[in-house]
Design a protein around this ligand. Structure first.
Ligand SMILES: C[S@@+](CC[C@H](N)C(=O)[O-])C[C@H]1O[C@@H](n2cnc3c(N)ncnc32)[C@H](O)[C@@H]1O
Length: 227
């Protein structure tokens, strides 16, 4: 997975934006909004990629807040550091490491967000991620995890998955990416299904959880809080 994102880093931003008709930006904003970060908060952005969520988080937490991004792809982190240099307001720190072996202190986060990071994790890894979220959140802390998903409605599902699996690799190639990488993302998306599979692992760790479908289920999110 790390090699996959290393290979995609140069084209990921533009392919994502074009192939989603801009929806990726809207969904990221929704992901952040669902976690409800506020002024002065410490927000952890897990599997932060190039820091795509940071402008939205920065507006919410302001200059007294702090953003900590985490990603294990060095190529993504290079780009994230450029994003950090551009974003005004909060201090931004980047941890270049695996989210499942992260060394983040317990009860460090007021808020945790994760956009488009779930699909490449196996069910066992998602379970470990749920445990990490419960450990890292402060009491009263909130979280939001969003991922592109397989819609339930049969016709929409067929059309959307055709687009994801067949058309996006072509767009990837047109934009100078490796079509095999984008094909693989379609395979991961289909196997992932939707974010409902995160509900029970998170509840099992004592977190309050709510499941949301966005745009007819083309993306789904789980949000919630630690009591
Ligand atoms: C699809 S990108 C999403 C990036 C960004 N959050 C966004 O909104 O576009 C997934 C990111 O998760 C990172 N990632 C995947 N598995 C990871 C893991 N186990 N630990 C840390 N980062 C991981 C990848 O390197 C990649 O940058």
């Amino acid at each position: 997975v790390r090699d996959l994102f290393e290979g995609m880093a140069a084209t990921y931003g533009i392919v994502n934006l074009v192939s989603s008709f801009g929806f990726c930006r809207r969904w990221r904003r929704q992901c952040v909004t669902l976690a409800a970060p506020a002024a002065g908060m410490v927000v952890y952005d897990l599997m932060s990629g190039m820091g795509e969520c940071w402008p939205t988080i920065a507006r919410a937490v302001g200059a007294r807040g702090r953003i900590v991004g985490l990603d294990f792809s060095p190529a993504m982190c290079v780009r994230a550091r450029r994003t950090a240099a551009r974003v005004r307001g909060p201090a931004i720190e980047l941890l270049e490491r695996d989210v499942l072996g992260n060394a983040i202190p317990s009860r460090a986060a007021d808020c945790i967000v994760c956009s488009f990071g779930l699909k490449t994790l196996s069910p066992a890894q998602r379970d470990r991620l749920a445990a990490e979220i419960a450990r890292v959140l402060k009491p009263g802390g909130t979280f939001s995890l969003l991922e592109i998903s397989v819609p339930r409605a049969r016709l929409l599902r067929a059309a959307y998955m055709f687009y994801v699996k067949r058309c996006i690799p072509v767009i990837g190639r047109l934009l100078l990416g490796n079509p095999d990488h984008y094909r693989l993302l379609g395979v991961y998306t289909e196997a992932f299904g939707d974010a409902s599979g995160m509900v029970e692992p998170l509840r099992a760790r004592g977190l309050e959880v709510e499941f949301r479908r966005l745009f007819f289920g083309c993306a789904t999110a789980v949000r919630g809080r630690r009591a």
